[in-house]
Design a protein around this ligand. Structure first.
Ligand code: ADP
Ligand code: ASP
Ligand code: MG
Length: 411
């Protein structure tokens, strides 16, 4: 018996009919001789609704209770999927994270998986169970509290189970038929990739391509999980979807493999901070403690010992960042004249392992944005990516311009 992991995202389990459709796919893999671990997300829209309820009830909420509420969507779909399979005479049962138990650390809202014991589930498979349906996105902390893995975390649940159980493959069923050169909802000539390298997928995901959660790609890379992204709506065939694999398994080596974007960014500027040793630590220490995910950082040249410090963070963390900075100012750790928040920015990035060997990618990118009259506010680069912060209203335009400029529609 070989074990297979199949993960169904929110749109793939959005209605009872779709759960049935997904269950039929699971049934086919059981007929193929697999023991299947099915990971389910909440029905589409459910998690957003739950997050909204938490924020409305308590703006600076207790993260443990956030997790108690927000994890619940997956419990419903796990039970419904198990029932649907049972109706098809397939021996199946559901498992919530704590029942597995999927043990995480205590970082509520963005917990990391520490351990997935398999004995419990192995015993059930040995007794004749064919499908274990697991509620994605959730686990249990060492303190015994329910945790969640961050938005999109069911992908990570799936890959972690595949690693723990030595699964032959981890299939991520979603609402697009694979990984594209950019989000097909933004660019009509986005091209589906047959393969993408782990490193590229990792960057695309962390820069906003939500087709896979970043942590899931990291885990797949580390534990050599065969990871495939495919549609739960198309007719199935063995070569469907996109395989995320090692760089060596890919023939084409373009400078740029894809364009990613993140709409929900904010640019924060601390005006007139003292330019002295320790100032960056005094600013970014409290931000880290407050759980603000700082991304880009720019420090201006100083005049008369004062400088401006700019950083970007997710737009929904602006209040948290402001509170942390006001706290640091009140305690005397930092001084500044003003904190300006620009909540109308977006980040657009180009990614490609080919950048290591192709020169001039940044210049082409900047020229292309210039030709569209788009002003760049902040730039960051790494070995295989270049990101810019721009006005949000130009985001789609920038994505399309960069997609055209690097001719990503061509294989
Ligand atoms: P699920 O609910 O199945 O987890 P998600 O909404 O999390 O699905 O992820 C799938 C979505 O990711 C697609 O509908 C698509 O809009 C978006 N997406 C962003 N970038 C890409 C990309 N490069 N390739 C494919 N899809 C992408
Ligand atoms: N339901 C969770 C979310 O919407 C987890 C997931 O779907 O992967 O973020
Ligand atoms: Mg997702």
């Amino acid at each position: 018996m070989t074990r297979l992991v199949m993960k169904f995202g929110g749109t793939s389990v959005a209605t009872l009919d779709r759960i049935k459709r997904a269950a039929k796919r699971v049934g086919r893999e059981v007929a193929n001789g697999h023991e299947v671990i099915v990971i389910v997300s909440a029905m589409s829209g459910k998690t957003n609704e739950l997050v909204g309820w938490v924020n409305e009830t308590s703006p600076f909420y207790d993260a443990r209770e956030y997790d108690a509420v927000v994890s619940s969507g997956e419990n419903v779909t796990a039970g419904l999927m198990a029932l649907t399979l049972q109706e098809m005479d397939i021996p199946a049962r559901s498992w919530q994270g704590w029942q597995v138990p999927l043990i995480t650390n205590g970082a509520h809202g963005a917990a990391r998986i520490e351990e997935i014991p398999t004995a419990n589930m192995d015993a059930k498979f040995a007794e004749g169970m064919k499908v274990a349906v697991v509620a994605g996105f959730q686990g249990i902390s060492p303190e015994g509290r329910i945790t969640t893995l961050g938005r999109g975390g069911s992908d990570t649940t799936a890959v972690a189970f595949a690693a723990a159980h030595g699964a032959v493959r981890c299939d991520i069923y979603t609402d697009v038929d694979g990984v594209y050169t950019t989000d097909p909802r933004v660019s009509s000539n986005a091209r589906k990739l047959d393969r993408i390298a782990f490193e590229e997928m990792l960057e695309l995901a962390s820069l906003g391509a939500k087709v896979l959660q970043t942590r899931s790609v990291e885990l797949a890379m580390r534990f050599k999980v065969k990871l495939r992204v495919l549609s739960s709506f198309d007719e199935y065939d063995e070569t469907a979807g996109t395989l995320v694999c090692d760089e060596e398994e890919i023939m084409e080596s373009k400078a740029v493999a894809g364009v990613a974007f993140s709409r929900d960014e904010a640019k924060m500027t601390l005006i007139s901070v003292a330019d002295k040793p320790g100032i960056a630590a005094a600013i970014f220490g409290p931000l880290a403690e407050a759980g603000v995910n700082v991304d880009m950082i720019v420090q201006n040249i100083s005049e008369e010992g004062r400088t401006d410090m700019t950083f970007s963070c997710p737009v929904d963390q602006v209040k948290r960042a402001e509170k942390a900075m006001e706290g640091a100012r009140a305690s005397g750790a930092i001084e500044y004249s003003e904190l300006v928040a620009d909540t109308n920015v977006a980040k657009v990035s180009v990614v490609g392992i080919g950048m290591r060997s192709h020169a001039g990618v940044a210049a082409r990118m900047f020229q292309s944005l210039r030709d569209e009259g788009i002003n760049i506010k902040v730039i960051t680069t790494s070995e295989i990516k270049i990101s810019v912060l721009i006005d949000r209203k130009y985001m789609e335009l920038a994505v399309q311009a960069l997609h055209d400029c690097f001719e990503l529609e061509k294989a």
